[in-house]
Design a protein. Sequence first.
Length: 150
Amino acid sequence: MTGNHHTPGLPNGWHKRHVSAFDRFRVAVLAHDFHRAVAEMDENVELYNPASSQPLVGREAARQTFAVLDWVFSEFEHLYVLEEPSDSPADSRRQAIVFRGKAGPEEIQGVDLIEVENDKIVRFTVMVRPIVGLMALGQAIQTAREASPG
């Protein structure tokens, strides 16, 4: 493709270098395109969340989780990204997204810790604060799951 191609959510000029699964995932989430976001995950991705000591495993679990979170969160935004130093292997990276949003009236802040191997997200860990926001998020997720047909 010629010309000045720009992918929304990524700085101008990024098309000139490899765009990672992490970057493609971020763009997809901010566009509410969870089909595309989940496509950046390994088939056996592990999703760790504050509500369970065991991970959810697999793309289908990820798709269902992101669909519920999209319904539950309002005013969701990525604030900034933390990245491993650039001398890390390109096919194995750990990065974090600091985010904020609301679940009902409660403000939530959080961090997504994302591990990429071979250009696929293999582990995704979510941390949320404050406890009142986490509780509101948990209640909203439970309500959404009960309202969902299956």
